[in-house]
Write a protein that binds this ligand. Structure first.
Ligand code: FES
Length: 79
């Protein structure tokens, strides 16, 4: 929710991630929360998945981020 990321479309990116969470029915396993500035403002939208920070994202990167970085973490989780 930092202003630089917001200007670059972080709200749109978050909305797309919400849709993907619903599409894949993983709402009970994925927590999507807003974050204040991650001090990477010059590099585009920043998103952290677990402990890994992704920079230079655009709203259209939501699907790639979700299927390459979020879903694999769910399938490899130890119950
Ligand atoms: S506002 Fe997003 S990293 Fe600073």
């Amino acid at each position: 929710v930092g202003s630089s990321c917001s200007v670059r479309g972080s709200d749109e990116l978050a909305e797309e991630l919400e849709k993907l969470i619903d599409r894949e029915q993983v709402r009970d396993r994925v927590e999507l929360v807003g974050s204040f500035c991650m001090n990477e403002c010059s590099k585009g939208i920043s998103v952290q998945v677990d402990e890994v920070l992704f920079r230079e994202l655009h709203p259209q990167d939501a699907e790639s981020l979700f299927y390459h970085q979020v879903m694999p973490r769910l399938t490899t989780e130890v119950p």
